[in-house]
Design a protein around this ligand. Structure first.
Ligand SMILES: Cc1cc2nc3c(=O)[nH]c(=O)nc-3n(C[C@H](O)[C@H](O)[C@H](O)COP(=O)(O)OP(=O)(O)OC[C@H]3O[C@@H](n4cnc5c(N)ncnc54)[C@H](O)[C@@H]3O)c2cc1C
Length: 509
C-alpha cells in the first residue's frame, strides 16, 4: 500500500471510530507496550494501534483495513509467549487492540454461565464469577493483564487444567468478527448444541488468524467451600509422577492442581526474588537452604491443591491423607545434602496457600531476571515425563556440561516448561542462536519420539511456526492452510503467524 493509501486508511478509521480510537507511532503517547512482546524478544512497527469501543467498531476496522489492503494483528493483553501478538517489522500492519471491549455482560446463576466481552482481563472475569458466588477456574500467572479474547485465541491452560480443562473446555459460545468484517454471534450458554460444524472450536486456539473474538459465553462452576495446598519434596521426577497418580486415585475430581518444580527454578526465585521466599518464613515451607540446594540429590517439589465441597479443614484432611500414604515417594525430612527443610508442608491458612502459589508463580519472573534461556512449552503423556527429562539431561551434560535446565510446569497435564540456561560462551549473539537451534532439535526430537507435542499451552505464534511446519503431518498442515484460505482469503488477520507465509524460508534445522 502506498503512503497515500496509508493516509486514506487512517483518515477513514478516524472518521468511523473517532480520534481517540486511532493512535500512530509519532503521537505523544508511545506505543511501545503494543509493539514488543512480554519477553522482549520480538519488536515490531505498526501503522497504527486501533482500539474500537465495541463489536461494530471492530467490524468496521476490519472492513476498512481489508478494503485498503492492510493486515491486522489482534491484540489483547499482549502477554503472548510466542510472539503472536506484536506486528511485524514492516510498519504497515494495524494492531487491533480489544482492550476497550471490557464489559461483563451477564451472569446466569441458574445456568452456571456468564457472558463477557473479549477485552475483560482474566482476573475481571474471575472476579465477576466470584461476586455471584461462582468460580471461573482458568488461572494463569498473567491473569491481571491477559484478556478473555487472548486466552480463547490461544486456548490457554494454566494451573487448574487438571480438574477443569483448558480455555476450550470452559467456553460455551463466541461472538466473532470475520475477516470480511461480518459478525457472527453464537453466544448461547448451551452445554449441548449439535447444529453443524462447531465454529467455536475452530476459532479457539486460532491465534487471531481466522477471526476476531469480541465476546464469549463461559462455563462456571460452584465455588468450592474449602481448599488446601501442599508442597511436597520428591526424590526425582518419577517419584513425583507416582505421587500424582496416588493423589488422583485418592482425591479424584477434588485434585485441582499439580505443579512440578525442579531445584534450579526455586533457587532462581531465592536469588532474584528473595521477598517471595521471605514470605514463606515461619510457615515451615521449603526454607532458604533447601531452595538453594543444587546437588545431584536435591529434591524436586510438587505443589498439590485439593478442594472440598465442605470446608478448608476437610480439604486439608483429604490432602494430608494423600501425603501420609505417599510418604515413601517423597524425600526425607533432611535432604540428601544434609540440609534441613525438605519435608512436606500442608497449608493451614489462606496466606500460607497464597505464599506457596507465589513461589510457583514467581518462577517466570525470576527466569527473566536470570537472563536469556532457550524456552520450551512441551507436552507429553505424564508417564513419559521422567524418561524425557533423563534422556535430554544426558545429552545436555555430554555436549554442554555448563548448561543448566530450569524445569517446572503443570505435571498434572503432562506440560513442562523445560528451559535451558546456556553456558557462558553461548549466552549472546550468534553463539546463542546456534545453541538454541541445537537444543531445540534435541528437545523436540525427544518429545516427538516419546509421543509429545512441541507446544502444550503457549501456542505457535511467530516462535514455533517453522517447527510446526517441519514436524506436523503434511496432510494436517494442508488442512490448516485450506481453512485459513477459506476464511481469510486476502490474508487480513495476523498473516504469517502460526502458519508461515508462502514465501517464507524456514531457518535450517
Ligand atoms: C507471566 C506469564 C505467565 C503465563 N502463564 C501462562 C500459563 O500458565 N498458561 C498459558 O497457557 N499461558 C500463559 N502465559 C501466556 C499468555 O498469558 C497467554 O497466552 C494468554 O492467553 C494471552 O492472552 P492475551 O490477552 O495477553 O493475548 P495476546 O498476547 O494479546 O495475544 C495472544 C494471541 O491471541 C491473539 N488474540 C488476542 N486477542 C484476540 C481476540 N480477541 N481475538 C482473536 N485473536 C486474539 C493474538 O493475535 C495473538 O496471536 C503466560 C504469560 C506470562 C507473561
Amino acid at each position: 500500500m502506498s503512503s497515500t493509501g496509508h493516509a486514506d486508511l487512517l483518515r477513514a478509521l478516524r472518521a468511523e471510530l473517532g480520534e481517540q480510537a486511532v493512535r500512530e507511532p509519532h503521537d505523544s503517547q508511545p506505543l511501545t507496550e503494543h509493539l514488543q512482546d512480554w519477553r522482549g524478544r520480538y519488536h515490531g512497527r505498526a501503522l497504527a494501534v486501533v482500539s474500537p469501543a465495541d463489536t461494530a467498531g471492530v467490524a468496521t476496522a476490519v472492513r476498512l483495513c481489508a478494503a485498503h489492503g492492510a493486515s491486522l494483528v489482534p491484540q489483547g493483553g499482549n502477554t503472548s509467549l510466542v510472539g503472536g501478538s506484536v506486528p511485524d517489522a514492516s510498519g504497515k500492519q494495524v494492531v487491533l487492540s480489544l482492550r476497550r471491549l471490557n464489559q461483563v455482560l451477564s451472569v446466569d446463576e441458574n445456568n452456571l454461565s456468564m457472558t463477557a466481552q473479549a477485552g475483560c482481563t482474566l482476573a475481571e472475569v474471575q472476579q465477576a464469577a466470584a461476586l455471584a458466588g461462582l468460580l471461573f477456574p482458568l488461572s494463569l500467572a498473567s491473569e491481571g493483564t491477559c484478556t478473555l479474547g487472548g486466552v480463547l485465541a490461544t486456548n490457554a491452560g494454566g494451573t487448574q487444567v487438571l480438574r477443569y480443562g483448558t480455555a476450550r473446555e470452559l467456553c460455551l459460545g463466541l461472538e466473532v468478527v470475520t475477516a470480511q468484517g461480518e459478525v457472527w454471534s453464537l453466544l448461547k450458554g448451551l452445554r449441548k448444541d449439535n447444529t453443524g460444524y462447531d465454529l467455536r472450536h475452530l476459532l479457539i486456539g486460532s491465534e487471531g488468524t481466522l477471526g476476531i473474538i469480541t465476546a464469549a459465553s463461559l462455563r462456571l462452576y460452584p465455588a468450592p467451600k474449602g481448599c488446601a495446598t501442599a508442597l511436597v519434596p520428591c526424590a526425582n521426577p518419577a517419584a513425583a509422577v507416582a505421587l500424582l497418580r496416588q493423589a488422583r486415585l485418592a482425591l479424584d475430581a477434588g485434585l485441582t492442581a499439580c505443579e512440578l518444580m525442579a531445584p534450579l527454578p526455586l533457587s532462581l526465585v531465592h536469588t532474584h526474588l528473595p521477598d517471595v521466599v521471605g514470605a514463606l518464613a515461619g510457615v515451615r515451607l521449603p526454607t532458604a537452604p533447601s531452595l538453594q540446594a543444587q546437588g545431584e540429590d536435591s529434591p524436586w517439589w510438587l505443589l498439590l491443591e485439593a478442594v472440598s465441597p465442605l470446608s478448608d479443614a476437610d480439604a486439608q484432611e483429604r490432602l494430608a491423607s494423600v501425603l501420609v500414604e505417599a510418604g515413601s515417594a517423597t524425600a526425607d525430612s533432611t535432604d540428601a545434602g544434609g540440609r534441613e527443610g525438605a519435608s512436606p508442608c500442608l497449608s493451614q491458612s489462606l496466606s500460607q496457600r497464597a505464599a506457596m502459589w507465589r513461589l510457583r508463580e514467581a518462577i517466570p519472573m525470576a527466569e527473566k531476571i536470570a537472563g536469556r534461556m532457550v524456552k520450551h512449552d512441551i507436552g507429553l503423556p505424564t508417564s513419559r515425563i521422567p524418561d524425557f527429562i533423563a534422556q535430554v539431561d544426558v545429552v545436555l551434560r555430554q555436549r554442554w556440561p555448563d548448561s543448566a535446565v530450569v524445569c517446572f510446569g503443570h505435571l498434572g497435564d503432562g506440560n513442562l516448561h523445560f528451559n535451558v540456561q546456556p553456558p557462558a560462551d553461548c549466552a549472546r549473539g550468534d553463539a546463542f542462536e546456534a545453541f538454541e537451534l541445537a537444543v531445540n532439535t534435541l528437545v523436540f526430537d525427544t518429545v516427538q519420539a516419546l509421543g509429545g507435542t512441541i507446544s502444550a499451552e503457549h501456542g505457535i505464534g511467530e516462535l514455533r511456526k517453522h517447527e510446526l511446519a517441519r514436524r506436523h503431518p503434511p496432510a494436517a498442515l494442508a488442512a490448516m492452510q485450506a481453512i485459513k484460505l477459506a476464511l481469510d482469503p486476502k490474508g487480513v488477520l495476523n498473516p504469517g503467524r502460526m502458519l508461515p507465509a508462502a514465501h517464507e524460508d524456514a531457518p535450517s534445522a
